[in-house]
Design a binder for this molecule. Structure first.
Ligand SMILES: Cc1cc2nc3c(=O)[nH]c(=O)nc-3n(C[C@H](O)[C@H](O)[C@H](O)COP(=O)(O)OP(=O)(O)OC[C@H]3O[C@@H](n4cnc5c(N)ncnc54)[C@H](O)[C@@H]3O)c2cc1C
Length: 389
């Protein structure tokens, strides 16, 4: 049986961040993934400045090596009408997860982590601290970091349930050659009002365009049809059998992101922004924080778990703020109001871009959004009053 100080399951952004940090600290570390790399991961590939900042803290190579496109503006649309063009000094970057995830994994390996790819973790014994892989290999660990995504086997071993489907959005996506469309890659677009409790997007991805839609399936009678209508509208055809789907957590924050010497990070811990679906930044951050907690108190699992729990709660308390605001944007009651208000408030979008760039704190963001909303309502009421005079 192979023995490691730390076993990391999943080699997405959370896993590579955790494995690299543990290996750099001198722990014998393995990182296990069921896929061979490079592997595809369904994703819009949008990297915010928040993601870039945390990437720079954890990894070494220049992120620019895997940035396929940078944009200083984005367009928000209601239905098909542009309601707001946002420009921002900090660029919004786009990557392709085939490149990005392999790039991160290579840096974990360069730091000394042992990559075991193409084999899945099939069984976890948290009492004996062992993993059984799909090829029969057994691994013993002192710490286990579960970064195995939304259907986490590790979360299942801890809680008996990895993902609560009531708290999950379904993302549908398709890449088409840029030459098949009239779209400019310099104009990333986000569409509201095309689907309930979610949004659509058209993002650049190298020589392709990525068209996607993510929404709560139980709030839509036929999400796939909504997506196909979206495709017909924008590229004029529905490529056969090309649409792929993947779940992403929606407000599925765990009460505890681990137990004993086991920690959960990234999607496995429900860390996705409820408004935008951004998860890469939180995955890297939580993977790093779990590894740092282990590094700070290696011999004492209780202390390591407590340290990680504190940091996890800090991230969740921020995401809970956007969770509340997501009700304002997506619920039937206030969605119309939001869409009507959007063209009159460039500040709404600017504030959100600032949040994504980590230039404003979550509580300040909430304060400013509510202030802006109050102003809009007052303006609207005084205008109506004048009309009735
Ligand atoms: C359609 C869609 C679009 C998105 N767009 C964006 C975006 O533009 N920007 C953004 O920031 N976020 C986006 N997200 C969210 C983002 O993709 C995730 O939050 C992020 O990938 C989470 O990283 P992770 O490391 O936690 O998990 P993952 O990236 O899901 O990695 C988990 C890894 O674990 C492996 N694994 C799973 N089970 C096992 C097992 N039993 N044994 C071994 N290995 C296993 C998998 O093969 C995988 O490699 C999007 C999500 C979806 C669904």
């Amino acid at each position: 049986m192979a023995v490691y100080d730390v076993a990391v399951v999943g080699a997405g952004p959370a896993g590579s961040a955790a494995a690299r940090t543990c290996a750099l600290a001198g722990f014998s570390t393995c990182i296990i993934d069921k896929s061979h790399f490079p592997r595809q991961k369904l994703c819009g590939g949008l990297l915010t400045l928040r993601a870039k900042k945390i990437y720079d803290r954890v990894f070494e190579r220049k992120l620019e090596e895997v940035i396929l496109h940078e944009s200083h503006s984005a367009e928000l649309l209601s239905g098909d009408s542009a309601v707001l063009k946002l420009s921002h000094a900090a660029p919004i970057c786009f990557t392709d997860r085939i490149l990005f995830d392999e790039f991160l994994l290579k840096q974990a390996v360069q730091a000394g982590a042992h990559a075991i790819t193409g084999v899945a973790v099939k069984h976890v014994d948290t009492k004996a601290n062992t993993l059984v892989l799909s090829d029969g290999t057994q691994i013993q660990y002192k710490y286990l970091i579960g970064c195995d995504g939304v259907h986490s086997t590790i979360a299942h071993a801890l809680w008996g349930q990895p993902l609560n489907l009531k708290h999950a959005a379904l993302g549908l996506e398709l890449d088409v050659p840029l030459t098949d469309t009239n779209y400019s890659p310099d104009n990333p677009q986000v569409f509201f009002g095309k689907v309930n409790w979610g949004y659509g997007w058209i993002f650049p991805k190298g020589d392709k365009l990525c068209l996607g839609m993510a929404a709560l399936p139980h709030k839509n009678s036929d999400l796939r049809k909504c997506f196909h209508d979206f495709l017909l509208n924008h590229i004029g055809y529905i490529p056969k059998n090309k649409t792929q789907g993947h779940w992403l957590p929606y407000c599925d924050f765990k009460r505890h992101a681990g137990k004993g010497n086991v920690m959960l990070c990234g999607d496995a811990a429900g860390l996705v922004d409820p408004i935008t679906g951004e998860g890469i930044a939180y995955a890297i951050h939580s993977g790093y924080l779990a590894a740092m907690a282990i590094t700070a108190s290696f011999g004492d699992a209780k202390a390591a778990q407590a340290a990680y729990r504190k940091e996890y709660k800090r991230i969740v308390s921020k995401l809970k703020i956007t969770a509340k605001l997501s009700l304002l944007i997506y619920s039937k009651l206030s969605r119309k109001l939001f869409l009507r208000a959007l063209p009159h408030s460039e500040r709404f979008g600017k504030l959100h871009l600032d949040l994504m760039a980590d230039n404003i704190s979550y509580p300040a963001y909430k304060r400013e959004i509510l202030k802006e909303l109050g102003l809009l309502i007052t303006r609207k009421l005084t205008r109506n009053k004048r009309l009735f005079k």
